[in-house]
Write a new protein. Structure first.
Length: 344
């Protein structure tokens, strides 16, 4: 199968959405190696359509503008599956992928026909009846409803029953390494969806149900998202170690499932590489981060922050070698239960 992937994120390969698209491509390639062309639209020279209709009148099928679109149109008409991979921008598509879409005009004929639902359209210049379309998109909010309505309508009008969708709300969380457990499980569902799509050219209800599940419930997501905007960047745009550390702890607090505690717990962390101490106060209804006025601890761990991050990202679970790198004081049982407190 010839697959054309249109990466419409201005962030190119750093795109959140492309992470999902790559997982889908891994899945679709499990059964058979497909011929995949991945185009980073942001790096292509694509002028805006001039609306001159020269591609309909003087030079049928050929645009007057000499840029990358002539090559891209060839790829487009020779593809069996078009994957539209882009973030949601202002409830629609980013401007450069819209420019790409407008420039597909030479692939249509000028005559007007009436479609099933009494709306109008132009017939295609080429027989693309076999072509399928998949919209893969991520967005910043947690909701699909009210957010994607306009884009869905547009894509449904254009591609009708040939369209499938993978939509990922809370998309910025794809970037948070500490949440890799939840993110990787989503990406493995996307991989499975890719395999299924290869066989059936659509997704089952069960797959859609899995893919529709939010990473985190809205109230936790909003806390996580709002926290990340509070970060003070250094002059060169990097986040300082202390800010990253404090954000991380506040994220931990937001993800905490307080129904797991049978008693209040003061969990103290001393990060040996940064020489900083923090406490997580795990109480019945809340989990808070303390940076001063410390309380007597239930459990204290002395550990390099780098190693703590690796634990939380699931990159290690404490080898014999690592055991010499940290010390635990007080109720050591709490450390073993910690993962279940943050199972969110
Ligand atoms: C200009 C702009 C407009 C955006 N508009 C929306 C929007 O309407 N709804 C939404 O949920 N997220 C919106 N977002 C957030 C992005 O869709 C979100 O961060 C996405 O995951 C980025 O994906 P990418 O890394 O693939 O570019 C917007 C972001 C930008 C920069």
């Amino acid at each position: 199968m010839n697959i054309l992937v249109l990466n419409g994120s201005p962030k190119g390969e750093r795109s959140n959405t492309v992470k999902i698209t790559n997982a889908f491509l891994d899945g679709i390639n499990t059964t058979q190696e497909n011929n995949i062309n991945l185009v980073n639209i942001s790096q292509k020279k694509i002028e805006h359509c001039l609306g001159c209709y020269i591609c309909w009148k003087k030079t049928p099928g050929i645009c007057i503008i000499d840029d990358d679109m002539s090559e891209l149109i060839k790829m487009y008409i020779n593809s069996d599956l078009i994957i539209w991979s882009f973030p949601l921008y202002y409830f629609g598509m980013p401007s450069k992928i819209k420019a790409f879409l407008d420039r597909l005009l030479p692939t249509s004929l000028p005559s007007i026909n009436i479609k099933e639902n009494q709306s109008c359209g132009h017939p295609g210049r080429y027989d693309l009846s076999h072509q399928m379309h998949l919209l893969i998109s991520s967005c910043g909010f947690y909701s699909v409803k009210g957010n994607y309505d306009a884009l869905f309508k547009q894509f449904e009008i254009m591609f009708g029953k040939k369209l499938s969708k993978i939509i990922c709300p809370e998309g910025e969380l794809l970037n948070v390494p500490e949440l890799s457990g939840r993110i990787n499980s989503y990406l493995s569902d996307v991989r499975a969806a890719g395999k299924e799509y290869f066989q059936h050219k659509s997704f089952s209800e069960e797959t859609l149900h899995k893919l529709d599940k939010l990473f985190y419930p809205p109230e936790i997501f909003i806390k996580l998202a709002n926290m990340s905007w509070e970060l003070d960047n250094t002059e060169d745009g990097d986040v300082s170690d202390t800010d990253r550390l404090e954000l991380f702890l506040r994220q931990m607090a937001a993800l905490c499932d307080s129904s797991m505690f049978i008693k209040d717990i003061v969990f103290e962390m001393h990060f040996t590489d940064l020489n900083k101490t923090y406490q997580l106060l795990l109480e019945k209804e809340t989990c808070t981060v303390k940076t001063e006025d410390f309380l007597p601890y239930t459990t204290r761990i002395e550990i390099p922050f780098t190693l703590w991050l690796q634990f939380s990202e699931g990159k290690t679970n404490g080898s014999e070698y690592e055991k010499d790198s940290y010390k635990v004081f007080g109720d050591t049982e709490i450390l073993l239960k910690l993962k279940s407190f943050f199972s969110n």
